[in-house]
Design a binder for this molecule. Structure first.
Ligand SMILES: NC(=O)c1ccc[n+]([C@@H]2O[C@H](COP(=O)([O-])OP(=O)(O)OC[C@H]3O[C@@H](n4cnc5c(N)ncnc54)[C@H](OP(=O)(O)O)[C@@H]3O)[C@@H](O)[C@H]2O)c1
Length: 226
């Protein structure tokens, strides 16, 4: 059985952990402080369960530290805030990452000035930064262009008639991620080539945010018309 290390306890970490566990995978979810995260009993957003409630209803998900989730996993999911992803991976060390697949969903977003800023962009990306830092890690950029609910349930938008983009240097890793995406219901998966394609996939967030603001919902995606 594949062991997944889902790094992140936010909306994305929960969506992926829930979907991977529902697929029959063993899921270890990483966080900074296990006790503090377990004690989150306040809903972060109205209408959403608190983390503690979510964890109680997903008993196949094992909450642990970031480092422990990395060490024990075959396939990793980077669902951490993009500004912290490198520090979190560094805590486990290069040896623990060597040879593993990392599905990199994170975006290098910085809202500290009140406006959206990408901390790395145009001629570089977070995906490439991670790949350069850990040459033995098989980074596949994927799912970062849609909201968490759509990642694991693409049929929730336009019956699933839209596109998932993936990018990475390792064809075998991309095949594994493609299979995983198909298991979530994705039918149109476009491989954009090596990890440098993450530049465009991450920069798209600038457009995505405007889309969300003007449409008034995050439940949308783009379709590649060939
Ligand atoms: N939300 C979406 O629908 C969506 C869609 C596409 C892509 N993304 C990307 O996916 C990633 C996850 O997004 P999200 O909305 O689920 O959650 P998020 O709030 O961006 O990140 C949550 C995770 O980041 C960790 N974290 C936050 N600040 C940290 C710090 N200072 N030091 C160490 N760790 C820190 C948290 O650790 P703890 O567990 O310890 O709190 C938590 O596990 C982001 O990069 C985001 O841009 C999100």
């Amino acid at each position: 059985m594949t062991v997944y290390g889902v790094l992140g306890t936010g909306t994305v970490g929960r969506a992926l952990a829930g979907a991977l566990a529902a697929n029959g995978g063993e899921v270890r979810m990483g966080t900074r402080d296990v006790a503090a995260t377990r004690a989150r009993t306040e809903p972060e957003r109205p209408g959403l369960p608190s983390f503690a409630e979510w964890l109680a209803s997903n008993d196949a998900v094992h909450l642990t530290t970031f480092a422990d989730a990395i060490v024990g996993a075959d396939v990793l999911v980077n669902a951490t805030s993009g500004m912290t992803s490198l520090d979190i991976l560094a805590a486990a060390g290069a040896d623990a990452l060597d040879g593993k697949i990392l599905i990199d969903i994170a975006n290098p977003l910085d809202f500290s000035t009140g406006e959206l800023r990408l901390t790395v962009a145009i001629d570089d990306s977070l995906g490439e930064t991670i790949q350069r830092a850990y040459p033995g890690l098989r980074v596949v950029k994927a799912l970062n262009m849609v909201t968490a609910a759509v990642m694991v349930d693409p049929r929730s938008v336009a019956g699933g008639e839209h596109t998932a983009f993936i990018a990475g240097n390792d064809d075998e890793a991309k095949a594994v991620v493609g299979e995983l995406l198909r298991s979530f219901g994705w039918r149109d998966i476009q491989d954009l080539g090596d990890i440098t394609a993450a530049r465009g996939m991450e920069a798209y967030l600038v457009l995505w945010l405007r889309g969300m603001q003007t449409l008034g919902t995050p439940m949308f995606n783009v379709k590649l018309v060939r």
